[in-house]
Design a protein around this ligand. Sequence first.
Ligand code: S3P
Length: 429
Amino acid sequence: MELCSITGLKGSVTVPGDKSISHRCIMFGSIADGITEVRNFLKGADCLATIRCFRSLGIEIEEKDTAVVVHGKGLHGLSAPDSILDVGNSGTTTRLLSGILAGQPFESKLSGDESLNSRPMKRIMTPLTQMGAHISSILRNGCAPLYIAPSRLHGIHYDSPVASAQVKSCLLLAGLYAEGETSVTEPSLSRNHTELMLREFGADICTTHALDSTKATASIRTCTNLFGQKITVPGDISSAAYFIAAGLIVPDSEIMIENVGINPTRAGILKVCEDMGGNITLLNERTEGGEKIADILVKTSTLHGITIEGDIIPALIDEIPVIAVMAAVAEGTTIIKDAAELKVKETDRIETVTDNLKAMGCKVTPTSDGMIITGGKLKGASIHTLLDHRIAMAFSIAALVAEGNTKILDSKCVDVSYPTFYDTFEQLL
Ligand code: S3P
């Protein structure tokens, strides 16, 4: 994809359904009794991998024009897959599905692409093993492919060293099948879609926040039944983030992004934009299915650098590539700290972001847990996405304010979370 600088992005757009919520609708619907009907499901490669896996586990899932319909078979209705489960590029599929598979009376194996198979899985293997699960890394390198054998699970309390919704959700899902109570404390609250949605499906789930620290705990008890739901997935704030950034940094722009999920555990980008001086307004705020939603209006603004650190990081972890792009054209210096988790995403995003910003002429220094960016002017470059969807989209926004042409290599990787990204873009020209 070749892009160049532009001005005057105007209009209203909607973004596809939330990726995290779409995954969970398929998973929870599959192990619930009855039908789960999902509107505005994200048909991106990651969520399609989740559908593929649950079909291999014997679940009928219909992809209609208006909805995805999951014919749930109950907590004990999954059947042994014929072959290795292909999780593609999706960490969420791998880690949440492992929690469910740990409680099944059959063997399974799961494996993904090169990036997925190099991401850390010990973070789920260690606590699942403490619960009595038989889970191992087939190549003994702490990564997928994973092998899971039947076992009897028992509840544990797990003090997670990382604020990770994937780890938390994996354990809560295993907890559905475990004797007694399973609880997870994380250093700060990560996205809480599992807690909100499992409660809607009928699970006995409890959440508490420490009064004297940022720690958060979620606990679940063994469950006998979940019940199918009708769900409309809100627009994905992680996808909206690219249009928020474009609206703020492209001169003479005004963009409305409609129906975006603004769950506080995901909405860190909104606060960062405000703190950077962005003109951003939430309209028509409402709550649907336990999730907060709003329309977001952004107008071109003069941004300035800030420090982004601490417990806001989990609420914007996937948006850091595009926040870094905003910082690269803001006045002054932006410091991003406490974000070492970036190293274990689809790529090492400290490296992919800083390498590509440098290629565009930005003054940027990678650190062990983030980066330091001094704002200025960008110039066009060849962007090495390394097949990371968020790098492709973030640097497509950078291209719009860079002098000269920018080439996004392997731009098709946007399919992972936002197959229609470049089409939505054209609506604003
Ligand atoms: C996700 C959780 C986050 C996020 C990922 C989706 C989820 O990962 O980066 O894109 O749906 O639970 P971690 O939980 O590993 O931080």
